[in-house]
Design a protein around this ligand. Structure first.
Ligand code: 4FD
Length: 236
């Protein structure tokens, strides 16, 4: 997958795309990330990319010209299938695992990161296919939301996760919270690992984990149980 990110702060994406699982995915060419500095498209001599809002009010608005020219430049590198243009904004549809799954099937994505009070509405009207929010809170810019989207979409691309990080098991517990995890030693600071996990009985372990997932979900996120996560054999 090819991902273009349009931002006033491309440096924020440097460690992000060279670290951890995403760094490895980039290295293995399963994903490529290009950042574009919107300021490079400003024509005025101060390289200004924001201006005061018409009608008055607090804050600044990103000007249409530098952003439009940056988007046109990026889209012109796709002569065939045009990628979805996604604007990260508090007004967007809230990102879910299901949406991330849909995005992971795309061959390319273009992400617009707004700053200040956002971007001129005419750019949204002309170019944006989808507005996405990562939750009901306000940040200083769309860069962190863009990273969240890239991270959760990238890990769904086949080959990005190794077998030990597999997402296969996640479908088993779809819509539920995870069961608790333990690693060595078997006794730590006087606290024991649940004995069933040391039993070697795979059926028993699977049943225990399902029960723990259900209990976790009931206690912490009961709202999820209404959304079709329960199967006919579950009982609490
Ligand atoms: N909840 C989110 C996205 C961006 C953001 C911005 C308009 C402000 C939160 C457009 C206003 C972008 C989110 C930048 N804050 N701040 O996903």
């Amino acid at each position: 997958m090819k991902i273009d990110i349009l931002t006033l702060f491309p440096e924020m994406f440097e460690t992000f795309q060279t670290s951890s699982i995403l760094g490895r995915a980039v290295e293995n060419e399963l994903v490529s990330i290009q950042t574009h500095n919107i300021r490079d498209f400003a024509l005025n001599k101060h390289k200004q990319a924001d201006d005061y809002p018409y009608g008055g009010g607090a804050g600044m608005v990103m000007m249409p010209q530098p952003l439009s020219d940056c988007i046109s430049h990026v889209l012109s590198s796709y002569p065939e299938e045009k990628p979805k243009v996604i604007y990260l904004s508090p007004q967007g549809k809230v990102l879910t695992q299901e949406l991330a799954q849909q995005f992971s099937m795309e061959s390319s994505l273009v992400l617009l990161c707004g700053h200040y009070e956002g971007i001129d509405q005419r750019v949204i009207d002309k170019y944006v296919d989808m507005e996405i929010s990562i939750g009901d809170y306000i940040l200083t810019g769309g860069e962190l939301p863009a990273m969240v989207l890239v991270d959760c979409v990238t890990r769904l691309i086949p080959g990005v996760l190794g077998s030990s990080e597999s997402i296969l098991e996640e479908s088993h517990s779809a819509g539920l919270l995870e069961y608790p995890q333990y690693t060595r030693p078997a006794v730590y600071d006087g606290q024991e690992v649940p004995p069933v996990l040391l039993s070697g009985n795979h059926k028993e372990i699977e049943n225990w984990r399902r029960q723990q997932s259900l209990l976790n979900t009931l206690r912490k996120r009961p709202d999820l149980l209404d959304k079709g996560a329960l199967s006919k054999d579950d009982s609490l």
